[in-house]
Design a binder for this molecule. Structure first.
Ligand code: ADP
Ligand code: MG
Length: 514
């Protein structure tokens, strides 16, 4: 073959081919001619597939698509002059798509003493796949191709590793999680950066666990199947227009996404941007949170951070509803606790729900629960009473816990505790605030003492008390309380102090479990 040289000698073409193969480059598209024919032959000899095309532009498109599909750059082999010019369209397209590509062009001869190691390839491969992927051009002088060099003088640089995985700053991850949790109509947009990053598994988990609606961009399609129940592609315009928080996963706010601007979006929509390219962050809009890093890694960070965040009303009621016996009494009072609880907790029997009622009275809950438990004892032994209280509401009649314990009524009391009336402060903010003065002058009037252990009110009288902060703890304590048919229990459920209600519109944007 052309690339075979004398004993102990190797041609420049063979060195090029071997260097590519060493870099785990496996596909070459192109059109041969002087001086690159030998490179194509040598490529085949070392096990690189060569696909001869009819125009360099198509060859270059093909090579870049291979790069997107495999994560290792495809090679486009072209001759000098017109061949290179034709490949420009493909290079531009690869760069715009952020797809890795190496274009090898043969150029005219230049006198070279020896060739030595072929350093350009590892560099070209690395710059095509590291950071934001894109096109690279390597110019091969004609005499490089035909030159014979001593085999022993050629050293192939080791295969360059897949790009290092970068993660986002932890404070930004936390902030993003908090913005998502407090979103009324969140939307995840999945772009081809997410596809390229192989982030399908982590994004599906995020979307499902947080009950987030998602929209794929044209090539983001399929990262999560199009017929997934959370896919809102059929209502694309509406989803974009009404979202208050948008999580961009490897997608740019360019013309495809209407630049992220009104009227296609809310003027005050909060963007959370995840991208591997720092220069992309803040393009066209001012994002609420920027997460610089690999989509897959950052999505996993978000999933992990979600676990450590406090629960909100929806998480709590979702888990309560899961275990609620069908034939139970539900007693409830509080503001958000009662309102949101009513929408999630199901009643199956008449006269089995008692709440703040027509007068909106706080302090009725424990009395009502005691009445229900007494009636149940006489009429339907074993029937449970679940009393769902806000922390403020519980305060109005908390001492009735003594009554409950005195009569040994197996009521399950849930205190959904957000450290306040409507909303409160977390412990850190509370402490921070007290630096500015006495609580009577600086504390917002709706704040109650953060981190109050209301469950001790129950243990003080011999009942069971639970302090829970995670969904797992909530599930476990509920299971134990409901299994215990003789003793009363109180589960003090800590939730996010600033967690508020979501808007009531659009069934496809509702989520119950973030
Ligand atoms: P679409 O056309 O699907 O909206 P774009 O091409 O506009 O997608 O955006 C893709 C984005 O993905 C680019 O900004 C690119 O920097 C980014 N990207 C590519 N690979 C990764 C990765 N591994 N992690 C994060 N972002 C990535
Ligand atoms: Mg409260």
């Amino acid at each position: 073959a052309l690339s075979d040289g004398l004993e102990g000698q190797v041609s420049g073409a063979r060195v090029i081919a071997q260097a590519l193969k060493t870099q785990d480059v496996n596909y070459m598209f192109g059109i041969v001619g002087i001086p690159v024919t030998e490179i194509a032959l040598a490529a085949q000899e070392v096990g690189i597939r060569y696909i001869g095309m009819r125009n360099e532009q198509a060859a270059c498109y093909a090579a870049s698509a291979v790069g997107y599909l495999t994560g290792r750059p495809g090679v486009c082999l072209v001759v000098s002059g017109p061949g290179l010019v034709h490949s420009l369209g493909g290079m531009a397209n690869a760069n715009m798509n952020c797809w890795p590509l190496i274009v090898i062009g043969g150029s005219s001869e230049r006198s070279q003493e020896t060739m030595g190691a072929f350093q350009e390839f590892p560099q070209a491969v690395r710059s095509s796949i590291y950071g934001r992927p894109g096109a690279c051009y390597v110019d091969i002088p004609a005499d490089f191709v035909s030159l014979q060099v001593n085999v022993s003088s050629v050293k192939y640089v080791e295969c360059c590793m897949p790009p290092p995985i970068s993660m986002a700053e932890t404070s930004a991850v936390r902030m993003a999680a908090s913005v998502i949790r407090n979103a009324k109509q969140p939307l995840v947009i999945i772009g081809k950066g997410a596809a390229y990053a192989h982030a399908e598994e982590s994004i599906r988990k995020l979307v499902e666990q947080c009950k987030l609606p998602f929209l794929p961009t044209p090539m983001g399609k399929g990262v999560i199947r199009d017929n997934h129940p959370n896919c809102v592609a059929a209502a694309r315009s509406r989803a974009l227009q009404f979202a208050d928080v948008i999580v961009l996963l490897g997608a740019r706010l360019n013309w495809i996404l209407h630049f992220g601007l009104p009227p296609r979006y809310q003027p005050d929509v909060k963007f959370i941007q995840v991208d591997i390219c720092a220069e992309e962050l803040g393009n066209n809009v001012r994002p609420a949170v920027t997460l610089l890093g690999d989509v897959n890694a950052v999505t996993k960070q978000e999933l992990a951070s979600k676990k450590s965040l406090p629960m909100n009303y929806y998480t709590v009621f979702y888990h309560v509803q899961e275990q609620l016996p069908r034939e139970c009494f539900v007693v409830s009072e509080g503001a958000n606790t009662m309102d949101i609880g009513r929408t999630v907790l199901q009643n199956y029997l008449p006269r089995h729900r008692l709440d703040a009622g027509t007068f909106g009275t706080m302090g009725v809950g424990l009395g009502f629960a005691i009445a229900a438990a007494i009636v149940a004892k006489d009429r339907n032994p074993g029937q449970r009473v679940i009393c769902v209280e806000g922390d403020s509401a519980f305060g109005f009649s908390g001492m009735e816990v003594e009554t409950i314990c005195r009569y040994n009524l197996p009521i399950v009391l849930l205190v959904v505790n957000n450290n306040g009336i409507y909303q409160g402060f977390d412990t850190d903010s509370w402490k921070e605030m007290l630096k500015f003065g006495d609580a009577t002058t600086v504390a917002p009037p709706m704040c109650l003492l953060p981190h109050s252990h209301y469950e001790h009110v129950m243990t003080a009288f011999g009942g069971k008390g639970y302090f829970v902060q995670t969904p797992e703890e909530l599930q476990k304590s509920l299971r134990q309380s409901l299994a215990d048919t003789t003793n009363p229990s109180l589960i003090n459920i800590m939730i996010e102090p600033q967690g508020t209600r979501k808007a009531q519109d659009f069934h496809w944007l509702t989520r119950s479990n973030l």
